[in-house]
Design a protein. Structure first.
Length: 274
């Protein structure tokens, strides 16, 4: 079975997608209302940081489990789940933060790092501790954040056709000119730039992709798109040609930076000239 949000495959016995954490659609499974695995659902929503009222609402809406907030708190005490957990040592927190700031979380402030510890590692500690550790481990970045200075990350690509970034441009859509484009992340070569009938029809981006692959005789190692439904067939085609699900990646528009940056810098004369 495939997740309706990220499109990746996961087991039939799993209630939540292991890739993005999305709950299965109600029509895709009957286990939501019949499994009775109350503890699994409560732990999932609690560890993702939802408030008590929202957890109660989700339990009733998606799982058919009715309870009030008082009952939920009693269940949480029974399962040993607490918002304030001081069982984790400062050394453990320091090692996690050190590992995170060496990766994509290097730009997070102490609030974002505290939330990541809580939702990803299920480690709940005071925010003052996180702020103190961040200032000790990365004083330069902390000083830049206090000064409200933007620190940009570097884009790294191993070579040509390693990553193709795909996106639609809808600013001219009110005038009947929806535009769809793709750029190679390494060389910044425009793989295609087309004015089409619609950016919402998943057949159109897939046809652009397959035609480009056939014309150039090469397939990218990775295709990166946003989470729009119009990219479903394109993603499936890429994964089928590559023989693996990891050949396509859904991401936010902010993370799909190569094509988004190209739109922002070339939306004037370049688009009018094309």
């Amino acid at each position: 079975m495939f997740c309706h949000k990220c499109g990746r495959e996961f087991g039939n016995n799993e209630i939540f997608c292991p890739w993005c954490g999305t709950l299965k659609r109600r029509e895709q499974e009957s286990v939501l209302s019949s499994s009775g695995d109350e503890r699994l659902a409560i732990e999932h929503y609690f560890k993702r940081g939802f408030c008590y009222d929202t957890i109660v609402q989700f339990l009733a809406e998606y799982h058919g489990i009715s309870m009030n907030v008082r009952t939920l708190k009693r269940r949480l005490r029974h399962y040993g789940l607490r918002r304030r957990n001081h069982l984790h040592s400062e050394h453990t927190v320091r090692e996690i933060i050190k590992r995170e700031i060496e990766g994509p979380s290097s730009l997070l402030g102490y609030r974002g790092m505290w939330n990541k510890l809580r939702t990803t590692y299920h480690v709940t500690v005071p925010r003052d501790m996180v702020m103190k550790i961040l200032r000790e481990l990365d004083p330069d970045a902390s000083a830049l954040r206090r000064a409200r200075k933007l620190q940009r990350r570097s884009y790294v690509s191993p070579g040509p056709n390693a990553t193709w970034h795909v996106d639609g441009y809808d600013k001219l859509k009110p005038y009947g000119l929806p535009i769809h484009g793709c750029i190679d992340g390494f060389s910044r070569r425009i793989m295609w730039l087309k004015v089409c009938n619609s950016n919402n029809n998943p057949v159109i981006p897939a046809s652009f992709f397959l035609h480009t692959v056939e014309e150039n005789g090469v397939r990218p190692m990775l295709v990166q798109t946003d989470c729009g439904t119009e990219n479903g067939i394109l993603a499936a085609s890429q994964c089928l040609l590559a023989g693996e699900v990891a050949a396509h990646r859904y991401s936010s528009s902010h993370a799909n930076q190569r094509i988004e940056n190209w739109w922002s810098h070339n939306k004037g004369d370049s688009l009018r000239g094309s």
